[in-house]
Design a protein around this ligand. Structure first.
Ligand SMILES: Cc1cc2nc3c(=O)[nH]c(=O)nc-3n(C[C@H](O)[C@H](O)[C@H](O)COP(=O)(O)O)c2cc1C
Length: 369
């Protein structure tokens, strides 16, 4: 019988994982008041057989809470709320890291608290609309270009948030450097036209991401820090640009020098985005010596193929974890996956379409006697 690498244990930085299946970060908008709760603890506990759970995007700052009902990690109440989640997952033998997501210009003030600002490297607004609970779909607003003080204070917020994550019992943090949010906005010349040391050339455009990564690694330990990247991704109105290969070549080499635990590469071609060229995946694989996770559109066989060819060390599954809480067991035992994915309930506010997907049931045989 074939032995699948997918189900073998491995180490990622400081973490010993029971298998190579990662539950990808997925925003689910159940954090009423931006505070994690019992419902979320149940949801994550149901999925604790993943080798590693990466939480939904969680804001390190009141300025980064751009979506409705996403959680934060900058208040005591949020830390207490997250403790319920980490305890629930650890009780089942799972490992869980917190994704730090500052939404940057992909934010709406109607979703945010008093005294907050929508900030970005430059005052360039995204084309498109986003959901607000108060007034439904709204155009993306014009962000405020970050001042030097904003840059310093935002970096400090990331550090505080990472420390809070450890206080809340997380096994580490993942910096969200993908999908058009604040960190990626610094990387791209389409969203970063600053005239200081954070733009002008690709090294400068990588500076904020590298400074945040270094500061977070210094605070909680480099072996507890990963980063998610999405070269060639278009989410959040991020167009392609001529220096994209050179940017990620430089960035991945610099991340390697920081010796963090992992890079988590996103390929959203299965969701209609452009394909990430294989050369880009191989480039990051070559430049970065620690763990590489790749995510997007995988099934058991394609995941196993990329592990066996050593293109990556772990594989992320997103949507399959939503309607298959026992995804690992189903893949391992060759059971059918649920096809009943309720996409209209991805971002709703309650238990329906969230914790009511059931584990695999052996079909009942109706014998005729
Ligand atoms: C409902 C939903 C919410 C998501 N939220 C996030 C998020 O908070 N952070 C993030 O990095 N990616 C997010 N993603 C992207 C997933 O992590 C993953 O990359 C994507 O679903 C592709 O993997 P899949 O084909 O296995 O679903 C989200 C995807 C979905 C479907």
């Amino acid at each position: 019988m074939k032995v699948y690498k997918l189900f073998t244990p491995t180490n990622v930085g400081a973490l010993a994982l029971k298998n190579r299946i990662v539950m990808a970060p997925m925003t689910r908008c159940r954090a009423i008041g931006n505070i994690p709760n019992d419902l979320m603890a149940t949801y994550y506990q149901q999925r604790a057989s993943a080798g590693l759970i990466i939480t939904e995007g969680t804001s390190p700052s009141p300025n980064g809470l751009g979506y409705a009902r996403i959680p934060g990690i900058f208040t005591e109440a949020q830390v207490e709320g997250w403790k319920k989640v980490t305890n629930a997952v650890h009780k089942k033998g799972g490992k869980i890291v917190l994704q730090l997501m500052h939404t940057g210009r992909i934010s709406h003030i109607l979703n945010m608290g008093k005294g907050t600002h929508i900030i970005a490297p430059s005052a360039i607004k995204a084309t498109g609309q986003m959901w607000t609970d108060a007034h439904k779909m709204q155009d993306y607003p014009m962000p405020k270009a970050m001042t030097t003080e904003d840059i310093t204070s935002t970096q400090a917020e990331y550090v505080k948030a990472a420390n809070n994550a450890i206080k809340a019992g997380f096994d580490g943090v993942e910096l969200h450097g993908a999908n058009g949010y604040l960190l990626e906005e610094f990387l791209s010349p389409a969203t970063n036209v600053r005239t200081d040391q954070y733009d002008g050339n690709l090294e400068n455009r990588c500076r904020f991401v590298l400074e945040v990564t270094a500061a977070v690694a210094a605070a909680i330990g480099k072996d507890k820090v990963g980063i998610r990247l999405s070269p060639y991704g278009v989410a959040g109105d991020m167009p392609n640009y001529p220096e994209i290969d050179a940017t990620y070549d430089f960035l991945s080499k610099e991340l390697n020098k920081l010796d963090i635990a992992y890079i988590h590469l996103v390929d959203h071609s299965a969701m209609g985005a452009p394909t990430v060229p294989i050369e880009m995946k191989e480039l990051i694989r070559t430049n970065f010596k620690n763990t590489l996770i790749i995510c997007g559109g995988y099934d058991k066989d394609s995941a196993e193929a990329d592990l066996e060819s050593e293109l990556c060390d772990l594989v992320g599954f997103g949507r399959p974890f939503i309607n298959n809480p026992d995804l690992v067991e189903r893949l391992e035992q060759g059971q059918e996956l649920s096809q009943n994915l309720k996409t209209d309930l991805f971002y709703s506010a309650d238990a329906v379409g969230y914790i009511d997907y059931t584990p695999y049931k052996v079909p009942v045989l109706h014998l005729i006697d």
